[in-house]
Design a protein around this ligand. Sequence first.
Ligand SMILES: [Zn+2]
Length: 171
Amino acid sequence: MATCCLLSCQSTSTKSQNMTDPKHPNNPYYSHTDTTLLNLPDATWKKILPNEVYQIARNKDTERPFTGKYYNYEGIGTYYCAACGNTLFRSDSKFSSTCGWPSFFETTRKNSVLYKSDTSFGMERTEVLCGRCNAHLGHLFDDGPPPTGKRYCMNSVVLEFEPDENTKTKQ
Ligand SMILES: [Zn+2]
């Protein structure tokens, strides 16, 4: 079962070549357990990421509202960074927002993401980046619901959802 693989992978994080995630055969850096920071040149990302992921993650593009696969998705599980597999959000922090992008009120861990001031397009916004690989994920706004009042407005393309039954160990 896939769960045994998860355990053995954790202890051998130096050479990732032979433990490539089966869903990401071209991306040796993809991992849900390895939290080593990635600092890869754009050329490498271009080679290993699907073009639509690359355009948002590295070129800070934005998907058109109401077109993403997760904007009104209600599955129970975890959202990971589509570029590196870093754990970002739990489905219970997702809320329905009218903005057309998947929205969350908190991340799973404090350092799941990084924040950067973004003054592009004449607006003052807070950019949200993946805390492991620096991929552009979306923006953070202060008009979210309690308890945090935050709205993480994310691009579906750079998120990858895994339902709980795939990740939980069966007792
Ligand atoms: Zn990432």
